[in-house]
Design a protein around this ligand. Structure first.
Ligand SMILES: [Zn+2]
Length: 465
């Protein structure tokens, strides 16, 4: 694939501009300092939305607007109490978003990582029990999301879950809960250190009886996707989307997850706005709402705009993109037909980048994949998969953890990629048909999980897990 001289000139200008710019650092710090975690349903979230819309306008995007949507929200009440009934001793905790108000008391059972083996070891009937579950993935086991693990306990009668982080450092990890067809039970975050101590005592044969009271309240809420664009000069109906979620968790500054992503998207938009005359296709920028509680903003956008997906060339998502490491690359979501085009873009950039086609279900690209749209995420496919989320979802996800050069390189890479996709002479990815989408997801082995979460769009088989 060949690119014209106008594209090369715009790329050179982008490189100069974004390399010399601050890479979104100022916006990142402003978002985190003024709007804290931007948790869905808070005044911080709305303040962040206003800040981003103002920024979209200031850098010269067109058709800047917000798209409201409703979602099952959740309001955090005062911290729950969690105590050992016999000792009266308290264990520090907080509720996972989605937890209901409840008063529970029961014996603790160690459910390990909630794998099939763990479940048979612990006994299938957990009625009246609290389950201690680790966020870890055991060696060689398939990674299971928090929701799947906690739903497995809830479905077997557990009345509450202690959710143990998989890394040392006296940090507990938050994350939204979705119960679908499992009874909603409180999820209580505990540190790895506290969790390991409880597990050790259980292994020694001690009985541990715990009592907890939570006061949190699920309730319907409204949020907003924030949209702005640079119309293409020749093929304005054809669209390249770049998005990142702007919400985060309330216990954190949510700097890596995902202040970094949204700051990089806005910085990429700033750079591309300077080159708007060189764009053949339209480039649209989206700050998604409410990713952390279940990708609700992206689901709302994909549902409202699916009729346009025949003209969607690529949705490119940025989520947690500023950890140390200069290598930037692309994971297309099961789009091997894009490899040659992306390699040609790497050649044209003078900077070949790693590519794979690994599907990931837990960020805003996934609702687009479910509608058959070509999607990709910014990542380094060559980096070893650690399985952990670092300090993400903990109180330690603060601005100082964001690697400033990595943030800048993410913004630059994303802007350049968008430019080349917008200007490619032809683009090999088409929207999948409904049948093809289903086939791709079945081949990817995600059907059982999606059925469990209630988001498999086709008729379900009866039971799983
Ligand atoms: Zn995220």
């Amino acid at each position: 694939m060949e690119f014209d001289a106008r594209t090369a000139a715009a790329d050179a200008a982008l490189c100069g501009d974004l390399w010399r710019g601050d890479g979104g650092w100022a916006l990142l710090t402003e978002l985190c300092d003024r709007c804290h975690g931007r948790f869905a349903g808070t005044a911080d979230e709305r303040r962040a939305a206003d800040m981003l819309l103002e920024r979209f306008r200031r850098i010269g995007l067109q058709h800047v607007h917000e798209e409201p949507f409703t979602y099952p929200g959740w309001r955090r009440a005062a911290a729950p109490t969690l105590r050992l009934v016999d000792g009266g001793q308290e264990i520090a905790t907080f509720s996972l978003p989605g937890s209901p108000s409840a008063r529970i008391e029961g014996d603790l059972v160690d459910l390990g990582c909630a794998t099939d083996d763990d479940l048979s070891r612990a006994g299938q009937d957990l009625t009246g029990k609290l389950a201690l579950i680790s966020a870890a993935t055991p060696p060689r086991a398939k990674a299971m999301h928090r929701d799947e693990k906690i739903a497995r306990a809830a479905r077997r009668g557990a009345i509450g879950v202690l959710w143990m982080r998989d890394a040392p450092g006296q940090l507990a990890e938050t994350g939204g809960l979705f119960f679908h067809d499992a009874p909603p039970i409180p999820g209580l975050a505990v540190t790895r250190e506290d969790g390991l101590r409880l597990a050790r005592q259980l292994a020694q044969g001690q009985t541990i009886r715990l009592a907890a009271v939570t006061h949190d309240a699920p309730q319907e809420m409204t949020s907003w996707n924030l949209v702005g664009e640079l119309p293409g000069s020749e093929l304005a109906d054809e669209v390249v989307l770049i998005g990142a979620h702007y919400d985060g968790h309330d216990i954190a500054e949510a700097a890596l997850d995902n202040g970094s992503g949204v700051a990089a998207v806005v910085e990429a938009a700033r750079g591309l706005a300077q080159q708007r005359g060189a764009l053949r296709r339209t480039v649209r920028f989206i700050a998604f709402g409410v990713e952390e509680l279940g990708l609700y903003g992206a689901y709302a956008y994909a549902a409202a705009h699916q009729a346009e997906f025949g003209n969607l060339r690529l949705l490119f998502n940025l989520d947690t993109i500023a950890e140390p490491g200069a290598t930037k690359g692309v994971a297309t979501q099961r789009r091997p037909e894009l490899r040659a085009a992306l390699e040609a873009i790497g050649q044209a950039m003078g900077e070949p980048f790693p590519i794979d086609d690994h599907l990931s279900m837990y960020s805003d690209q996934f609702p687009f994949v479910l509608k058959g749209a070509p999607a990709a995420v910014l990542t380094n496919p060559d980096a070893p998969r650690t399985g952990g989320r670092g300090v993400g979802h903990t109180t330690a996800d603060t601005v100082d953890k964001v690697h400033r050069l990595s943030l800048k390189l993410s913004a630059l890479f994303s802007a350049r990629l968008a430019l080349y996709v917008a200007n490619a002479p032809e683009w090999p990815a088409q929207r999948w048909s409904d049948g093809q989408t289903r086939q791709e997801l079945e081949t990817a082995g995600v059907r059982a999980t999606l059925e469990m979460e209630g988001i498999w769009p086709w008729p379900s088989s009866s039971t799983n897990c």
